[in-house]
Design a binder for this molecule. Structure first.
Ligand SMILES: Nc1ncnc2c1ncn2[C@@H]1O[C@H](COP(=O)(O)OP(=O)(O)OP(=O)(O)O)[C@@H](O)[C@H]1O
Length: 797
């Protein structure tokens, strides 16, 4: 393929340079084609070996096919924009830089992978520090065709024979139409960004920067870099990329695959816990409560409280004596058990059973249940026993059961007491109801009960706040399909960590002789003995009861929480302390890349969140008793300073909001001016919707790509219905979304509705507004009912 000068126009120097580069690019594609054929041949060869049929060859085949398939995939990804850069060095050497490395059959380098050390100068060389580079050339391609060039002359003294072309193609490329998904920036990574991308792999990399400085883009390219340079370390235990919400993860999901990296896990904060998913943001006051570190103590107390439906009394029978534990004793036992069961509540039933049996035995002894003299007559006791059984309705349980001891010695031994009692259905039923295997969602739901939440609140929440929370959960978590908020998900993870994993089935199949198997179910684990177990006729157990008892909690609940080798947190300024704890559990051994802009934070107590972040990054080992805290991991801090998203005109409006939100804060430097001034209009509140639709109509004719209509957080006026009404009849490239969902996104044009409402919806409303006004790449319209806002947004920055 080759590019030709535009028809009718004489060839320019640039045209001939482009034609020369096209020849080199064509050669690279031809070689890529051969490499693809080689990978396909390897896949075929793998299958051929499988037909040979030996066991060894099957293993070889799997390895071969897997490797070849990965290779073929990487080669496919490189097909678009394979080569994008060229370096001319002072030594006379020329290097091409591209998405992947390409070598000739003789193993000579044709194209260097952008992540390789030899490509570093492409991103780092400057006139002050040319690193041996005379000319850096960026090739702009479309498909396989070179369409434009842009040169930087880094060392004029050595550039005698080199042609320099270019007229700001990079800056022009920033104005490209946004089609709704983020794209990679490999060809144009800037020096300060490259320093972050290639920062040391150990410890924590903390990146700060104003909106549009490329924080997200840089974090994603860093993932691709880490996986390329440290494949073993990060490839096997995995990399997690966390974004604020689903819309955002959908927006960035194509970047890593376009860099040939499909292996990193991409999750929003609402999707980190398997089996549950957040769909709503809490209103600010609730989010602050739910996200606060005080919830740790509240949840601990909630779990240690009596579960809903737990019985208040335990009654068993031994040797004719009804032995009873009432609520006060049971509460004491529960409290002691919880002190020893943090993190293993769901697997503590053996401990629970032992504690109950101990208490029952003590009680039995106290009430004179043992024979003072072995061998003494037992007649009186037996009579008493029969009487009590009849009185308490227990007589029907098992008239011939094993609990009728045959001798006084039996009756008085602890061993026979324990054996007898734990085999009783009354005991098994009590154990499963009093210490049920719990699911995090059930625990959270139970806190919708006001009295329960007040008990759990202790001194950590005052009454109005406890009642506010209980009211919210009663409303959102009842019914068959509870609605979870982003903050709820972190609380579920906290509860899950306190409860611990559900009991696992024992390695060897349990048999009916096991002491804790009652009615065919191991009451410690909830595990059924065997599928063909049949209750005897005298058993009262119904199929439903048995099923309930056999229920294992792994339905809908995380069984194992994945841990990662590296975690990237985007929009980190918005994480609550509880969300940091959730992430910390997934990265106890991890290194981190944290990306944030404190000026965009909707979180009020940033100090508390910071402490939670430090704890998460430090790993949890420090909390283990008797161990020295691990040394604080190295932290590398970076700041990005150039705004690549907004035009200078839009950046001026966002700088005015920044000055209100955070007086004295420094905005990033925007580099592209379009001459299009933002439109700021005052409209009466009841005409706002019509004005927004009108603004969209106009913008549809002005920009080709996405248009975001950003409205206040949902309340009476700005609910789902309003979103629908605003979007009605518009093409898909128009999106209506609330301000919190706009985090991290960008649009060709943005319409901001009611900034005065956004600014006052929460104590951090001005920062939320700052996020909104910094989303647009080309056009911005702001519609306000308050004339003072017109002055604020158009006044001097
Ligand atoms: N070096 C670059 N070359 C080309 N485009 C770039 C470059 N750096 C950033 N961009 C573009 O600028 C835009 C903003 O980048 P990005 O979303 O990563 O910024 P951000 O700092 O995360 O912003 P925010 O704080 O608003 O989330 C994106 O369209 C991105 O592709």
């Amino acid at each position: 393929m080759s590019s030709s000068p535009v028809a009718g126009r004489p060839a320019t120097v640039k045209d001939s340079e482009i034609a020369a580069e096209q020849r080199r690019v064509d050669e690279a594609y031809a070689r890529l084609e051969e490499m693809r054929a080689e990978a396909q041949a390897m896949i075929k060869e793998g299958y051929r070996q499988a037909l040979a049929g030996t066991k060894g060859s099957l293993v070889d085949r799997d390895a071969m096919v897997h490797q070849a398939a990965l290779r073929a995939q990487a080669l496919d990804v490189a097909d678009d924009g394979l080569v994008f850069g060229r370096l001319d060095l002072a030594t006379g050497e020329t290097r091409y830089v591209g998405r992947i490395g390409v070598r000739t059959r003789e193993h000579e380098s044709m194209v260097i992978d952008w992540r390789a050390p030899a490509a570093e100068a492409f991103y780092r060389a400057t006139p002050e520090d040319p690193r041996g580079v005379v000319r850096r050339r960026v090739l702009h391609t479309r498909g396989h065709a070179v369409v434009d060039l842009e040169d930087d002359l880094l060392d004029p003294s050595a550039a005698d024979s080199l042609t320099i072309v270019g007229d700001g193609a990079f800056i022009a490329s920033l104005a490209r139409t946004r089609e709704g998904a983020m794209r990679d920036i490999v060809a144009t990574i800037q020096r300060e960004q490259d320093e972050v991308i290639r920062a040391p792999a150990d410890g924590t990399v903390l990146v700060r920067g104003a909106p549009g400085t490329g924080k997200t883009a840089v974090a994603l390219h860093r993932v691709a870099y880490l996986l390329f340079r440290h494949r073993r370390r990060f490839g096997s235990r995995g990399v997690l990329v966390v974004g604020p919400n689903r819309r955002f993860t959908a927006y960035i999901e194509r970047v890593l695959p376009s860099l040939g990296e499909g292996s990193a896990a991409l999750r929003s904060l609402g999707d980190l816990v398997d089996g549950v998913s957040a769909t709503v943001h809490d209103p600010p006051d609730l989010a602050r409560l739910k996200g606060s570190g005080a919830m740790v103590a509240v949840l601990r107390r909630a779990i240690a409280d009596q579960p809903p439906g737990a019985p208040d009394e335990l009654r068993v029978v031994h040797a004719g004596v009804v032995v009873r534990l009432g609520r006060p004793q049971l509460d004491k036992i529960r409290a002691a058990l919880h002190r020893r069961s943090v993190g293993s509540v769901n697997t503590a039933r053996r401990r629970v059973a032992d504690a109950l049996l101990d208490a029952l035995w003590e009680r039995y002894v106290d009430t004179g249940g043992t024979e003072p003299e072995p061998g003494a007559p037992v007649q009186g006791e037996l009579a008493l026993w029969e009487g009590l059984l009849a009185d308490s309705g227990l007589a029907a349980l098992d008239p011939d059961g094993p609990e009728r001891p045959s001798s006084a010695a039996d009756r008085s031994s602890r061993e026979s007491f324990v054996k007898n009692v734990r085999g009783q259905r009354a005991f098994a039923d009590f154990l499963t109801a009093w210490w049920p295997i719990r699911r995090p969602l059930d625990v959270l739901h139970s806190l919708g009960e006001r009295a329960r939440l007040r008990r759990a609140a202790g001194r950590d929440l005052d009454r109005p706040h406890a009642d506010l929370l209980a009211g919210a959960w009663a409303e959102t978590l009842s019914g068959p399909s509870p609605t979870l908020s982003y903050q709820d998900v972190a609380l579920l993870d906290e509860i899950d960590a306190l409860l611990g994993p559900p009991p696992r089935p024992s390695r060897k199949a349990p048999t009916e002789e096991d002491p804790y198997v009652v009615d065919g179910v191991n009451i410690l684990t909830g595990e059924a003995v065997a599928d063909d177990w049949e209750p005897e006729m005298r058993e009262l157990t119904s199929a439903v009861e048995r099923l309930e008892r056999a229920r294992r909690v792994d339905d809908e609940v995380t069984d194992t929480r994945p841990e990662y080798a590296h975690i990237v947190v985007d929009e980190a300024q918005d994480l609550s302390p509880m969300q940091w704890r959730m992430l910390g559990r997934r990265g106890r051994q991890a290194t981190w890349t944290i990306v944030e802009d404190p000026a965009q934070s909707a979180w009020e107590d940033l100090d508390e969140a910071r402490r939670a972040m430090d704890a998460a990054l430090g790993g949890s080992a420090s909390k283990r008793r008797g161990r020295k805290p691990p040394p604080r991991r190295a932290r590398h801090e970076y700041e990005l300073t150039t705004n690549y998203r907004n035009t200078t005109e839009i950046a001026a409006v966002s700088a005015r909001v920044l000055e209100l939100a955070l007086p004295g804060a420094r905005p990033a430097r925007a580099v592209r001016s379009s001459g299009e001034e933002p439109v700021i209009r005052v409209v009466p509140p009841d005409a706002l919707r019509a004005a927004a639709r009108e603004a969209v109509e106009t913008l549809l004719t002005q920009v080709e790509g996405t248009i975001g209509v950003i409205v206040p957080q949902p309340d009476g006026d700005w609910d789902e219905q309003e979103h629908k009404a605003l979007a009605e009849g518009f093409p898909e490239r128009v999106q209506v979304l609330d301000v919190l969902d706009a985090k991290g996104l960008e649009f060709d044009a943005a319409v901001i509705c009611a900034p005065e409402v956004v600014a006052t919806q929460s104590p951090r409303g001005l920062r939320v507004l700052y996020v909104a006004v910094s989303r647009a790449t080309q056009r911005l319209t702001v519609l306000t009912a308050d004339p003072t806002w017109e002055l604020v947004l158009t006044g001097p920055a």
